[in-house]
Each structure stands twice: as C-alpha cells, then as structure tokens.
Ligand binder design. Structure first.
Ligand SMILES: Cc1cc2nc3c(=O)[nH]c(=O)nc-3n(C[C@H](O)[C@H](O)[C@H](O)COP(=O)(O)O)c2cc1C
Length: 345
C-alpha cells in the first residue's frame, strides 16, 4: 500500500445527534447537488450530502420552487440543507420552519463568492461582517434542534484571512461542524486550496469536526488533505461530478484495496440510474435537457470518443435524442433508460 495512505484516516464522525458512517462528504453545488446526484453519491459511499444553497428568505416567503430544492427522501438521510441569507431573523425563522418539518441538519453558507450574494451581504460577504455572521448563527441555533453547521471560505482576501477567528465564533454560537473551502472570496476558484489555513481552522475549533474542502480530485488527495490539515473529514465537490466513484475508491484505498476504475458496465448502470432519477423529475424547475447534459458531459470526460459525444449531445435539444446518444455512447444498444428505471422514493 502507498506509504501516504493511512487506513485510519477514514473513520466515522460522532455528532451530538447522529453519527456519520465515514468522513467523506459531498459538497453543496448549486445546480449540481440535486437529489438524483446526491443519491448517486450516497450510493457510492458519501456519508453525508449537502443540498445546493437555498434562500432563507425564499423559504420564509413560502416559495414553492425554493422549497422543492430541499426535496429529499428517507434513503438519503442524513442530508444537510444549506441556507443562505443575511438577515438573522429570517434565517432563524427558516430554521424554525424546517425544524417543524423534521429537518435533521441545516448548514449556513458563508462561502458563496457570487456578486448577487455579496450585494445582499450573504455568502462570503459575511466574512467581512463577523458580528452579523455571529448573530445569524445564534438565531439559527435558537430556531433549530438538529445539527447546525457552517461552511466558509478562508477569508475575504489574502490580507483578511479570518476563517480561524470566525470558526471560534461560529462554534461559540452553536455550530457543531464546520467546512472550510481553502480559498478566499477574491480567489473565487483560482489558485489552489490553502491547506495551511484549513489546518489553522482545525486548530482554532478543536471542539467540533472540521471538513477540509477544495481541489480533491482523486482518492489519494483525500489522504493528503487529511494528513496535512488534521481535519476530521473531507468535503468533495467538483471531483465527484462525473466521478461519484471517488467515494468508493477512497474507501477501498483505506481498506488496502487498489481503487479500480468503474467498468463500462458499472459506469453505464450508474448513469442509467442517475438519468432515470432526473427523468423522474422531482419537480426540478430547471430545463430537463440542459440538466441532463451537464451530468452526461461530466460522466463522459476522459473517455475515448467523448469529444464527439459532447458535440452531438450539445446539438440535441430533445430529451429522447439525448437519451439515444447516451445509450450509444455509454451502454449497449439494447440497454434502456426509462423514466421509471430508478424511482428514488
Ligand atoms: C457549480 C458549483 C456550485 C457551487 N455551489 C455552492 C453552493 O451552493 N454552496 C456552497 O457553499 N458552495 C458551493 N460551491 C462551492 C463548493 O461547495 C466547494 O466549496 C468548491 O467547489 C471547492 O471544492 P472542490 O474543489 O471539491 O469543488 C459550488 C461550487 C461549484 C463548482
């Protein structure tokens, strides 16, 4: 076995209300971490999934579309509902309502770098206003009995790295787990995730588990990240898109088994289930064809002939045509992808 792979690095995480089976977690990704993809990741071994980020205000105002983004199924449990917003009272109220519906886990978004969020003092803008961030966590805690967590970036920019300071505040206000994406807001997605700052957050908040996040693209990255940061677990985003097998490959490596690439059949079986669940719709308001293409492109990455597959699929506007191209590329001609092939509920 690789000297750098510590089998003890993969372990359960104990929390007040629940225990995570292992320390591999799917990151929240807007437009990507939808229920079908979360279920696929769960099947592959992720112990916890995060929903994409959802407006607390939208929830409180009773928006149907907003609520649908939090659709889940018992099979998925536990799932963390990620909320964004800037008004402590609104976030507190959103938590109370979700608590009333039996939600088990709510996460606060203190990382999103998008301008629209920043203008509204939400996402990573909260790193420039720690008193507001503190009062949001306080109100969320007041309104919610389940597991409360916070996901943050390292700071606003290189001159203002304050994730360790905020970590202490968030824990003092009742956060029970923290996730840290090792980049500043200004970095957006450039450069690389700073493991040293993640380590500083781990040191600053010894009372709670910290999930280290950023640039984990393969199973060995998981072990490197855990070793270099001392984090309790990892959160994987882009590295799981098109490759949910990263979770089972990591678990295999920890057992001393060489991680195997999924066979064509395994890959197709997963894609078939994933697509089946997307077709089942879960009332996702986004256009179906665009939604399908996003995942299919990711699954095809690196496979022989994928450029042509992507080009043809890009040109296809009808769902049937996309499914037919998918069958031809990933599966055998007789394999079927039917709307009901993978009912999730
Ligand atoms: C398409 C996309 C959507 C994202 N949406 C969210 C989000 O809704 N909430 C959030 O906290 N982070 C979001 N992120 C950030 C990821 O959760 C993660 O922190 C970041 O991608 C770094 O991890 P990775 O290198 O493993 O992808 C998003 C990232 C991507 C690529």
């Amino acid at each position: 076995m690789d000297a750098q792979v510590d089998p003890n690095a993969i372990h359960p995480i104990e929390l007040r209300e629940l225990t995570l089976e292992n320390n591999l977690v799917l990151a929240p990704m807007a437009g990507v971490s939808t229920l079908p993809f979360r279920l696929i990741s769960k099947e592959a071994g992720a112990a916890l999934t995060f929903t994409e980020t959802v407006s607390a205000k939208g929830l409180v105002m009773g928006g149907h579309k907003t609520r649908r983004l939090l659709d889940s199924t018992p099979r998925e449990a536990p799932v963390a509902f990620q909320l964004f917003g800037s008004d402590p009272q609104v976030l507190g109220e959103a938590c109370r309502r979700l608590d009333g519906e039996g939600a088990a886990w709510i996460d606060l978004n203190v990382g999103c770098p998008v301008k629209k969020f920043i203008k509204n003092h939400a996402g990573s803008a909260l790193l420039r206003d720690l008193p507001r961030a503190a009062s949001i966590v306080r109100e969320m805690r007041r309104g919610f009995r389940g597991t409360l967590s916070v996901k943050m970036r390292t700071g606003w920019d290189a001159e203002n790295i304050n994730a360790p300071q905020f970590a202490k505040i968030a824990v003092a206000e009742g956060a029970e787990l923290l996730s840290v994406h090792g980049r500043t807001r200004v970095q957006q997605y450039t450069g690389s995730a700073d493991r040293e700052i993640i380590r500083q957050v781990v040191d600053a908040a010894p009372e709670v588990p910290v999930l280290a996040n950023g640039d984990i693209l393969g199973p060995t990255d998981v072990f490197d990240m855990l070793r270099e940061t001392g984090a309790a677990g990892v959160m994987i985003g882009r590295g799981a898109m098109g490759n949910p097998w990263i979770f089972e490959q990591t678990l295999a490596l920890a057992r001393g088994v060489s991680p195997r690439r999924p066979s064509r059949e395994d890959r197709y079986a997963t894609i078939e289930r994933h697509v089946g669940w997307i077709l089942n719709a879960f009332d996702d308001p986004r256009p179906l064809a665009t939604n399908l293409k996003k995942y299919l492109f990711a699954y095809s990455k690196g496979l022989p002939g994928s450029a042509l597959f992507r080009q043809r699929t890009l040109e296809a506007s009808e769902v049937d045509e996309i499914l037919s191209l998918t069958r031809d590329f990933f599966g055998s001609a007789n394999a079927s992808i039917e709307p009901d092939s993978g009912r999730a509920a």
